[in-house]
Design a binder for this molecule. Structure first.
Ligand code: ATP
Length: 264
C-alpha cells in the first residue's frame, strides 16, 4: 500500500494519544503523544522495550481503556468502547471451559443480527476449519494444547467478520515450535482474509515476517520512535526469514529498540 492510499482512507487514525494511569505522585504516563495511521488491509506490528505501552495502546484501540487525551478513530468513527468491528486476541485464549470448541465460537456469534442457529453453527465450522481445527469441534478447551486453544480464539475473533484484528502477544505463551506453526497459520489466514491487523509482539522476527510496517516505540512514556517499512514480497512464508533483506530489517529494528534513549 502506498503512503497516498493511507492518507486517503486510514482504517485506524490515532492522534495525540496520551494515557496516564493513577494520579498525583503515583501517576504513570504509559503513552505520551502517539500518532499513527493504519491503512485498510494493512498489517502493522508494534514492538518496543517492556513497559513502553504496547498493550496499553492495543487496549485503547480495542476500547477497553479510555484515552487521557487524544483521539482514536476506526473507519472515521471515534472509538467509544469495544465493538464487533474489532476482534481481539490476547496471550491467553480466554475460552469458556464448559463449552465445546464449536460452542465457544457459536457463543461469540450470538449477538450477530440475522443469523439463525444453523447459520451460527455453519459459520463456526467454517472458521474452525480455516484455523485447522476440523474434527475438534466437540472437544473441550481443556482437551486442547495451548496452540489449539489460540486457534479457537483466532477463529472466534474472525467469525463475526471484524474489520480489524487486534492481537496482543497472541503466541507469547506458546513453545517455540508451536509459535512458528501459529505464525505460519497467521500468514495463511491473512492471505485469505486481508483484514487490517495490529499485532503487539516481543518477537522482532514475527513482526517483520508478518507485517507491512513495524512501529518501534520508545521506552516509557511510549511514543512512536520509528516506523519501518517491510518491502518483502507477499505471499510470505517463514522461509522469507532466510533472506539477507529480512535479516537486515530485523537487526535494524533490534538496534532501534536497544539504542533507544531511556526517558527520565
Ligand atoms: N491498569 C494500569 N494501572 C497502572 N499502571 C498501568 C496499568 N496498565 C499499564 N500500566 C503501566 O503502563 C506502562 C505500560 O504498560 P504496558 O503493559 O502497556 O507495556 P508493554 O509495552 O505492553 O509491556 P510488556 O512488553 O512488558 O508487556 C507500564 O509502566 C505499566 O506498569
Amino acid at each position: 500500500m502506498s503512503g497516498q492510499d493511507r492518507e486517503a482512507a486510514p482504517k485506524l487514525r490515532i492522534s495525540g494519544l496520551v494515557k496516564r494511569f493513577g494520579s498525583g505522585d503515583r501517576a504513570v504516563t504509559a503513552l505520551e503523544g502517539v500518532d499513527l495511521e493504519v491503512g485498510e488491509n494493512e498489517f502493522v506490528s508494534i514492538v518496543g522495550a517492556s513497559g513502553c505501552g504496547k498493550s496499553t495502546l492495543l487496549s485503547l484501540v480495542a476500547g477497553l481503556e479510555e484515552p487521557s487525551a487524544g483521539t482514536i478513530e476506526v473507519s472515521g468513527r471515534e472509538v467509544a468502547g469495544p465493538g464487533r468491528d474489532r476482534g481481539v486476541v490476547f496471550q491467553q485464549a480466554t475460552l469458556m471451559p464448559w463449552l465445546t470448541v464449536q460452542q465457544n465460537v457459536e457463543f461469540a456469534l450470538r449477538g450477530e443480527p440475522g443469523l439463525t442457529r444453523g447459520d451460527r453453527a455453519d459459520r463456526a465450522r467454517e472458521f474452525l476449519g480455516l484455523v485447522g481445527l476440523e474434527g475438534f469441534e466437540r472437544s473441550y478447551p481443556a482437551q486442547l494444547s495451548g496452540g489449539m486453544q489460540q486457534r479457537v480464539a483466532l477463529a472466534r475473533s474472525l467469525s463475526y467478520g471484524p474489520d480489524m484484528l487486534l492481537m496482543d502477544e497472541p503466541f507469547g505463551a506458546l513453545d517455540a515450535l508451536t509459535r512458528r506453526t501459529m505464525q505460519e497459520l497467521l500468514l495463511e489466514v491473512w492471505e485469505q482474509h486481508r483484514l487490517t491487523v495490529l499485532l503487539v509482539t516481543h518477537d522482532i522476527d514475527e513482526a517483520v515476517v508478518t507485517s507491512d510496517r513495524v512501529v518501534v516505540m520508545s521506552p516509557r512514556p511510549g511514543r512512536v520512535r520509528r516506523i519501518v517499512d517491510v518491502p518483502i514480497p507477499r505471499p510470505r512464508t517463514l522461509a522469507s526469514e532466510r533472506t539477507p533483506e529480512f535479516q537486515g530489517l530485523s537487526d535494524g529494528i533490534l538496534g532501534l529498540i536497544r539504542d533507544a534513549p531511556h526517558a527520565g
